[in-house]
Every structure is written in C-alpha cells, then in structure tokens.
Design a protein around this ligand. Structure first.
Ligand code: G
Ligand code: G
Ligand code: MN
Length: 523
C-alpha cells in the first residue's frame, strides 16, 4: 500500500533481517561441521599414531631379537663371532648392523669385525634406545640403536632411519608425524632434531609405546579443518546454503506479509484508527442541514489523515470493507447519538456501502444496531451504493433490500450517471435516491450542451419518483441552477467540506438555535 513508508532506519533493518536469518542455518551448520571435522581429525590422528607405534614396535622387535640372541656371545673373541653377527644382519630384515660390547667397549662389529669404541650407557633412553643423527659410517643419516646388556656384556643392533621414515610417510601421508626418542626427535624430513617435538596445531596426539621408550606425535597443520570441511562435506555445505536461502526467503515473505495492506488494515481496525468525517447535505429552499454523508478517514499513526480513495480499494479487494464499515457505523452512532437533540426528525445519515455488503444479512443487523442508538424517527439512514460497481440482483440481495426497507433504511445510487444502471435495476432494488455525480454538476455554467444530461437525470428522477441529491456543488451558479430545477438536496464545498465530529456538532448546534423556516421546506 502506498501508505507504508520506507523510513531509512527501518528500511535497512528490514533489508538486513532476511540476510541475517538466512545466515543463521549456514553459521550453525558451519559450527557443527567444524566440530564434526575436528572430531574426525582427532580420531584419525589417534588411529594413525597407533599404527605408527605398532610399526615401529615391529621394527624394534626385529632388531632387539637380533641383539638378544647375540648377547650370550659378548666377551668372546671377535674373530670367532663376527659371522654370527653377520648372520643376524642377513636373517633379520630390519637390522642394519649388529655389535658386541664388553665392559662398555664396542669391540666387535658386523661391518668391520674387530673394532673399538666406547659405549656410553647414558646416551640410551632407559639404557636401551638411541636415536642418532648418523654415525661414522653414514654421518648425517638417522639411525636407531637398540642396546641390551647383562652385567659387563652387551649387544647393540641398529636399524636404518629410512625404515622409520617409510613408516611415517606411508602410514600417514597427510598427517604430521614425529618420532620422539628421549631428547631427540625425527620428522618426515628425515632429520634428527634435539629437544621436545613440537605439538601439531590441529588434533595433536602423543602416543607412548608400551614396549619401548619412544613416542609418536601425530596431528595436522593449520587449516586442516577447513580443508576437510571443503573436501568431505560439499553436499552438506550445499544443503546449508539451500536452507539459508529458504530461511531468508521465508523471512522476507513474512516481513512483506506483515506490511501487506491486509495486515495493515487489520491493525488499523484493532487500533480503532478509522474515523467518520461528516459532509452536510442541505435541503432546497433554506439550505438548512438536512443530513450528512459519513466519509471514512484513516487517522494513520505515521501518515496522518488518509483519504479513503487510497485505502478503500484495498479494503474492498481484501473483503475487509464489511467489518470496517461496521466499525465506522458503530463509531458514528457512538459520536452522534449524544447530540441527537440537535437534529431534526428524519435527519439523513448517508453511509457508503459496496457490493460486498450485499452478500448476506449482516448489513441489515448493522443498520438495525445503528438506528437503535437514536430516538425512533430521528435518523433516516441512507445507504449509498456506487453506480460504478453495481451488484448483480440475486435472491439474497432481494431479501436484504426488502428487509432494509422494512427497517426504513433508504437506498441511494451514488455517483449516478457514471455507470449504466437500467430503469429495471432501479425498480428491482426499490432505490429511493439518486446522487448525481459531481462531474455533471461541474458542467453547470460551463457547457450548455452537455447540461442536457443533467437535466435528463433530474427529469428521470422526477418521473420515477426518486429523491435527488446533487454532489460537488461549489458555486452559487450551480446552487441556483439546481434550485431552479427542483433538486431536493445539495452537497458540496459551497456549503461545507467534510469535517470531524467536533466541527460538525458545533455547526449543528449553531443551526439548531435558528428556527427552521417550515413554509419553504414544504415545497
Ligand atoms: O471523501 P472523499 O474523499 O471523501 O471520499 C472518496 C471516496 O471514498 C468517495 O468515492 C466515497 O464514496 C468513498 N468513501 C468514503 N467513505 C467511505 C466508506 O465508508 N465506505 C466506502 N465504501 N466508501 C467510502
Ligand atoms: O463517491 P462519493 O459521492 O461518496 O464521494 C464524495 C466525495 O466527493 C468525497 O471525496 C468528498 O470529499 C468529495 N466532495 C464533496 N463535495 C465536493 C465538492 O464540492 N467538490 C469536490 N471536488 N469534491 C467534493
Ligand atoms: Mn457517497
């Protein structure tokens, strides 16, 4: 409706709200997806760490088996035992070298045979395991060393860092994996670093081996959660966007509905914003106020006073015109009844009705209630039905109009001359008055030729014994012309504009003080 203004502040809020509502499912879904991805990564990180621990334990079982089986030979001459050392290297898949130790001296090696190197037990975690960054044979190449000892005897076996690297790289190709042995750790780059292995940014897991003194650190780099969400939940994400669009659209629709003419009119009815304005109708002769037409006005909270042509079409279209007219009649009765003493008997009150009113008997009850508010005979209620939208005669309308006549209610055809009601139509509905449309009145003194139409209407009404009211009288010329042609009633700005109840009652009171000139009325 043109009445619903779009104020800048409200407009932005209204425009933003559907977006905000649409964003809610997307954001909630993203949070849930994020949590879900986080949980999945935690589980994956944990499982990967377990597999790597198992694989490294398998390797260590392999090389520790070699060391343990050689331990009884420690202390015996190297020349005799070096073949046994080499035998272990050959038989056990992960063993790179084996060595015998006696009194902390490595004296026999599978690679060199007799040899001499000091063994420092404190290099080994729990005396057992040492992650070395290379040795004299392959400097800078990682090596994991396993040591067993019993009193003065000891045996040492080694595994190449490449086996460990393969485990890290193959088991968790997309996982950040580190092997920590005591003070040293090794990552997928195959380099041995000293210190504590850095914890992963996402899903950090540290798993200690229960058999050997090492641990595996597993996890993912920054941004992994986002990557999982993008790669693994595209369908879910699509669904979220779809839901967001639906929610936003529903919100927009509801906002629009809330500001639809129907809702706005309903609100106005509940807030009692429709007011009657009164435009006097004067009788011929002394031009005293013989009645008034009730014209609806909308006292809109923001727009001020709204003319009916702006909202009556909407009310007719939505079917709300019936309850609106009912409220208007109630309000009119309420406002006028206390001043009934100011009116002459038979004071005309004109109410505009539409075709919608003629479908059932509700209008009859509304009229009865209206009349009951006044002393009997004081008010002559006239229903004005516009000729532009005439009703089709049916049984229901016939009954209604018959009952209205019983009640003493008059029927007037409003805006007469603008439609095409036939004579039979006027008779069928037992019309009492014709209200000549103001466009014909406007011709008086302007277009002598077209004036014939006006004359014909006046003549016709006389022949049909219908009362006649001229609307839109603005000049003395018009008034006098109509008076000369015996038009019963006149209405227009020349006499008074539509006015609120206070002004109407005040003017009515002023008129009541002057006694009517009965002689002139009779004609
Ligand atoms: O007052 P004016 O601007 O007042 O009225 C404009 C139009 O609105 C006129 O055609 C008049 O008949 C119509 N109108 C005024 N009040 C009512 C009403 O209560 N009901 C209906 N149906 N039409 C009305
Ligand atoms: O359709 P209906 O006759 O109910 O409409 C009455 C309409 O005519 C109202 O809008 C009212 O304000 C308007 N009106 C009443 N008197 C005059 C007048 O003298 N001149 C003009 N232009 N309009 C008038
Ligand atoms: Mn009217």
């Amino acid at each position: 409706m043109p009445l619903t203004v779009k104020r800048p502040g409200r407009w932005t809020l209204r425009a933003l709200l559907p977006w905000a509502v649409g964003a809610v499912p997307v954001l909630c879904g993203l949070v849930i997806m994020h949590l879900q991805a986080e949980r999945a990564l935690d589980a994956r990180s944990q499982a990967t760490a377990q597999q790597v621990v198992a694989q490294v334990e398998l390797i260590l079982d392999n090389i520790s088996g070699a060391a343990r089986s050689l331990l009884p030979l420690a202390g015996l001459p190297c020349m005799e035992e070096k073949l046994a050392l080499r035998d272990q290297v050959t038989r056990r898949s992960f063993v790179r070298s084996t060595n015998l130790v006696y009194r902390n001296e490595l004296y026999c090696s599978s690679l060199f045979g007799p040899y001499s190197e000091q063994v420092n037990a404190s290099d080994y975690v729990d005396g057992k395991l040492w992650l070395m960054n290379g040795n004299s044979v392959t400097p800078g190449h990682p090596l994991l060393v396993y040591r067993v000892y019993e009193g003065e005897r000891g045996a040492i076996s080694t595994v190449d860092g490449d086996h460990l690297l393969t485990a890290l790289r193959l088991i968790g190709p997309h996982t950040q994996l580190l092997l920590q042995v005591g003070r040293y750790w090794m990552g997928k780059d195959g380099l041995v670093h000293e210190g504590l292995a850095p914890a992963a940014a996402v899903a950090p897991v540290r798993l200690d081996s229960s058999h050997y003194p090492f641990s595996i650190h597993s996890g993912y780099e920054h941004g992994k959660i986002g990557q999982v969400m993008r790669d693994e939940y595209p369908a879910l994400f699509g669904l979220l966007v779809f839901l967001g669009v639906i929610a936003g659209a529903v919100c927009r629709w509801m906002l629009r509905r809330a500001s639809s003419p129907r809702v706005e009119l309903q609100r106005a009815m509940e807030a009692d914003e429709f007011l009657p304005y009164f435009q006097p109708v004067v009788r011929k002769g002394d031009y005293r106020w013989a009645g008034a037409e009730v014209l609806m006005r909308w006292q809109h909270p923001r727009e001020g006073l709204v003319r009916p042509d702006l909202f009556i079409p909407y009310a007719e279209h939505s079917g709300q015109i019936v309850p609106m007219t009912r409220l208007l009649m109630q309000r009119t009765a309420q406002l006028l009844a206390p001043h009934a003493a100011l009116m002459d008997d038979g004071f005309h009150i004109g109410i505009n009705i539409t075709a919608d009113h003629c479908q059932d008997l509700a209008l009859y009850h509304d009229c009865r209630n209206f009349l009951a508010a006044f002393p009997p005979g004081r008010v002559l209620l006239t229903l004005e039905l516009t000729e532009r939208k005439l009703i089709a005669p049916s049984e229901a309308t016939q009954t209604l109009f018959a009952k209205l006549h019983e009640l003493g209610v008059m029927i007037a055809i409003d805006d007469f001359g603008t439609g095409q009601s036939s004579l039979s139509y006027l008779r069928q509905f037992k019309v009492d008055y014709l209200k000549i449309d103001q466009s014909f009145v406007a011709l008086i003194g302007v277009d002598a030729l077209s004036l014939h139409i006006l004359d014909s209407i006046i003549e016709l009404s006389a022949k049909l014994e219908l009362g006649i009211v001229a609307e839109g009288v603005e000049t003395d010329t018009q008034r006098d012309y109509l008076a000369r042609h015996n038009v019963d009633f006149q209405q227009g700005y020349l006499f008074a504009r539509p006015m609120p109840i206070e002004d109407f009652v005040r003017a009515l009171a002023a008129q009541a003080e002057v006694a009517p000139q009965r002689a002139e009325v009779a004609g």
